[in-house]
Design a protein. Structure first.
Length: 264
């Protein structure tokens, strides 16, 4: 399996270039995190990898096949995307939502199978949502709702999962809970995870492969320990900061310079 690749990829909104002439490889069975300033093209790139946005030029490949040449149903068996702020139909239960992930695997002569039900239950167990399966999605907490959507992508059984800012609107506790879950999912089930995060410190903590998007291209890519420096933060975010070692994990910790209350 070769995962996702781009070759000379250019993306535009109208006449405005967002990504230009990008050659990019996503390592399989790793956690890749895209970071960058607002408007740098992180979410745009992620959406293009899921064929939600057509390239202006260039190609995207999945397992050496051109993405544009694969049927929508076949793509849905290879990758799943969780967009930012997904909205469930009113009144739908957790169980009904997670079942949606099995639809790409349905056959015209067999709409639902014992295997489908087992995989849905497995996804509910993995996300710790089995006791809540009959609860309406809109009655869940923010963290539980995010896990319900992730359970749907798990039921889809794709080797690649794309997530656009999955921690948005979550408090600190639920951010860590969700990212810990995705980390365990990657390590235990070997799913390739690609996500956009705003918080550089969280990105450094969880990413195997950190990708900084700047000036319509990948400015730098590698492990957080390799690439996160004061110079990198200044270039990518136009921010003066100190970089220290996270006292818990040893990963880079960005301490921004700015105004604030000083403790004497």
């Amino acid at each position: 399996m070769n995962g996702l690749q781009t070759k000379k990829l250019t993306l535009k909104y109208g006449d405005q270039p967002i990504i230009e002439n990008l050659d990019f490889d996503i390592p399989i069975e790793k956690i890749t995190v895209l970071v960058g300033a607002n408007g740098s093209g992180k979410s745009t790139l992620l959406r293009s990898l899921a064929r939600l946005l057509n390239p202006t030029s260039g190609e995207i490949f999945i397992d050496t096949q051109k993405l544009q040449d694969i049927s929508t149903k076949q793509i849905a068996k290879k990758l799943a995307i969780l967009p930012q702020g997904p909205v469930a139909p009113e009144g739908i239960t957790v169980h009904q939502l997670v079942k949606q992930g099995r639809y790409p695997h349905q056959k015209w002569f067999q709409q639902w199978s014992k295997e489908d039900e087992e995989l849905v239950e497995k996804a509910l167990i993995a996300t710790q949502l089995l006791p809540l399966k009959d609860r309406q999605v809109d009655a869940l907490s923010g963290g539980q709702r995010q896990r319900a959507w992730i359970a749907m992508t798990l039921a889809q059984e794709t080797p690649i999962i794309l997530l656009d800012e999955p921690t948005t609107y979550l408090d600190m506790t639920h951010q860590i809970e969700l990212l810990d879950f995705l980390f365990d999912l990657n390590r235990e089930y070997k799913r390739t995870i690609v996500m956009v995060l705003h918080d550089l410190n969280l990105a450094c903590r969880y990413a195997d492969n950190l990708v900084a998007i700047h000036d319509k291209k990948v400015a730098v890519q590698g492990t957080p320990e390799e690439i996160v420096t004061t110079e990198m933060v200044k270039e990518i975010f136009n921010l003066d900061a100190l970089i220290k070692a996270d006292p818990y994990f040893g990963t880079p910790l960005c301490i921004p310079k700015g105004k604030g209350r000083r403790v004497k």
